[in-house]
Design a protein around this ligand. Sequence first.
Ligand SMILES: [Zn+2]
Length: 43
Amino acid sequence: MYTCPNCGKKFKAEEIESLRCTYCGSKILFKETPPVARKVSTD
Ligand SMILES: [Zn+2]
């Protein structure tokens, strides 16, 4: 999953052509990592 910081749209990797936002044309896309449930115990 990628997020465009310019327009805020989200894309799947297969929707992107040459790593470019298909809505605003921004070449900067953030790769969004799926949230990993981490259990942090502090004891
Ligand atoms: Zn965009």
